[in-house]
Design a protein around this ligand. Structure first.
Ligand SMILES: Cc1cc2nc3c(=O)[nH]c(=O)nc-3n(C[C@H](O)[C@H](O)[C@H](O)COP(=O)(O)OP(=O)(O)OC[C@H]3O[C@@H](n4cnc5c(N)ncnc54)[C@H](O)[C@@H]3O)c2cc1C
Length: 380
C-alpha cells in the first residue's frame, strides 16, 4: 500500500507495477513449480534483471536504475503482492556493494547482480549464533598473504544457488566481512527445507580452509559490524515491504472469496463481524505502510533513520501476522488447503518475523532508544 512514498517519478512506479504483473504472467509455470518444490526460479530472476527490477537502487554506471529507498520499497512490496520472487537478498547485496565495495569489486559483481545472472547470498548465521553475533565461530586467519576461512553457516537464502556469498568471520581485528566466490575449493553447500520463503531456498554452507585474497575483504578487517548495520538498518524496509505485500495479497484474495461465498441466504461479507475483520486488517496494513513510507523517505533525505526503519518492520510484522491469521476467518475450510495461498502466506510472514532481525531484537532496540532519549518519551 503506497501512501506516501516519495518516488522519484510516479510514472516509473506505474511502469514497475505493470512489469511485475507481466512477469508473473509470463513466468507462471516456473513460479508455480518452484513454489511447490521450494526451489529458486533462476530464469524468472534473470527476466526480472533484464526488465530493471533487480538493480533498483544501483547506480546507472553499473546498469542499475539509480533509485533510492522508496523505489526499493515499492518494487519489493509489488513482487510479494503479486507472487513474484522477492529481490530482497539481491538488493541487500547491491547495497553492501554500493556502500563498501572497491571499484574492482563493483566492476566484478554489480553488473551481473543487476542482470540477475550473478546470484548473491549472505552467510552470517551459524548453529551457535543468530540474533547475537557475539559467539560467531567462523574464523578467517592470515596465511601467506591470504585469508583462510573455516566455519559453518546455516539458514542461508540462496546459499546453494549463489555465485558469491558475503561471509562474516572473526579475525584478529574482530568481526570482518569477505566476498567469497562460491566455486572456490573447500566450500560445501547443502539445501535445507524451510517452511517460508520458498523461492529463496536456504542452505547450510561449510567452509573448510577456503582461501581468499585481501581483495575479497568488504570494508577493512574489524569493520564487520559497520558493514552489517549499514545494510540491515535499511533492509528492514525491504522486509517491511515484503510483509505488507504478502499480507495485502492474503487480504485481497480472501476478500474476493468471501464476497462471493454464500452462507445460507447471505454472503460471508454481509456479516458485520466479518466486515470488522476487514476493517481491522486494512487499518493495520495502512498504519504499517505509513510507517514504512515515512522511514523510506527519511533514508532518501539522508536523515537519521534507524529507529524509523525498526518501527516500520515491527509494525509490518504485527499487521501481517494479524492479517494472514484473520484471513482464515474469511475463507473457512476452503482456506485450509495446500493449493490455496493463505497457509503459505502465513509461513512467509512467520519467516520474516525472525529472518533479517527478529521482532524481539527490534523491540530491544526500540526500548533502548526510548529509555535513552527523553524526546521520544514526549517529555521535551
Ligand atoms: C527462512 C530463513 C531464512 C534466513 N536467511 C538467512 C540468510 O540468508 N543469511 C543468514 O545469515 N541468516 C539467515 N537466517 C537466519 C536468521 O537471521 C536467524 O534465524 C535470526 O537472526 C534469529 O537467530 P536464531 O534463529 O539463531 O534465533 P535465536 O538467536 O536462537 O533466538 C531465539 C529466540 O529468542 C529471541 N531472542 C534472541 N535474543 C533475544 C534478546 N536479547 N531478547 C529477547 N529475545 C531474544 C529471538 O527473537 C528468537 O525469537 C534465516 C532464517 C530463516 C528462518
Amino acid at each position: 500500500m503506497n501512501i506516501n512514498l516519495q518516488l522519484k517519478d510516479p510514472q516509473w512506479a506505474d511502469l514497475a507495477l505493470v512489469t511485475v504483473k507481466e512477469l508473473v504472467a509470463e513466468c507462471r509455470e516456473e513460479l508455480d513449480e518452484c513454489e511447490r518444490i521450494g526451489r529458486f526460479p533462476a530464469e524468472t530472476y534473470r527476466r526480472m534483471g533484464a526488465r530493471g527490477l533487480l538493480g533498483v537502487i544501483t547506480p546507472a554506471q553499473w546498469g542499475g536504475q539509480g533509485g533510492d529507498a522508496p523505489e526499493y520499497c515499492f518494487t519489493t512490496e509489488a513482487m510479494c503482492r503479486y507472487g513474484l520472487v522477492s529481490s530482497q537478498v539481491q538488493i541487500q547485496g547491491m547495497r553492501w556493494m554500493n556502500d563498501w565495495g572497491t571499484p574492482t569489486q563493483k566492476k566484478k559483481y554489480l553488473p551481473g547482480m543487476v542482470e540477475g545472472s550473478l546470484v548473491f547470498s549472505e552467510s552470517i548465521s551459524e548453529p551457535g549464533a543468530g540474533s547475537s553475533l557475539k559467539k560467531l565461530s567462523t574464523t578467517a586467519v592470515r596465511k601467506g598473504g591470504d585469508w583462510i576461512i573455516n566455519g559453518k553457516k546455516i539458514h542461508i537464502n540462496l546459499g546453494a544457488e549463489s555465485h558469491v556469498t558475503l561471509v562474516y568471520a572473526m579475525t584478529d581485528a574482530g568481526l570482518t566481512s569477505f566476498l567469497v566466490d562460491t566455486d572456490l575449493p573447500g566450500l560445501t553447500r547443502r539445501h535445507s527445507e524451510p517452511l517460508g520463503y520458498r523461492f529463496l531456498p536456504t542452505a547450510d554452507m561449510i567452509f573448510e580452509d577456503v582461501r581468499v585474497p585481501d581483495a575479497a575483504l568488504l570494508g577493512a578487517p574489524g569493520e564487520g559490524m559497520k558493514t552489517f548495520l549499514s545494510t540491515f538498518n535499511v533492509s528492514r524496509l525491504g522486509n517491511a515491504s515484503e510483509l505488507i505485500g504478502f499480507a495485502t495479497r492474503a487480504l485481497a484474495e480472501a476478500t474476493d472469496y468471501a464476497k462471493q461465498r454464500d452462507v445460507g441466504h447471505h454472503k460471508v461479507t454481509d456479516f458485520q463481524g466479518i466486515q470488522w475483520t476487514l476493517a481491522d486488517c486494512y487499518s493495520a496494513l495502512y498504519g504499517a505502510s505509513l510507517a514504512r513510507d515515512h522511514a523510506a523517505n527519511l533514508v532518501k533525505q539522508g536523515q537519521e533513520f534507524s529507529m524509523a526503519t525498526s518501527l516500520a518492520k515491527k509494525l509490518a510484522v504485527e499487521a501481517a501476522e494479524k492479517t494472514t491469521n484473520d484471513c482464515f476467518a474469511l475463507t473457512g475450510g476452503y482456506g485450509l488447503y495446500r493449493d490455496k495461498p493463505w497457509g503459505q502466506l502465513l509461513y512467509e510472514v512467520k519467516t520474516l518475523r525472525i529472518a533479517g532481525g527478529s521482532v524481539e531484537i527490534l523491540r530491544n532496540y526500540i526500548a533502548h532508544q526510548i529509555l535513552k532519549d527523553e524526546k521520544l518519551r514526549g517529555l521535551k
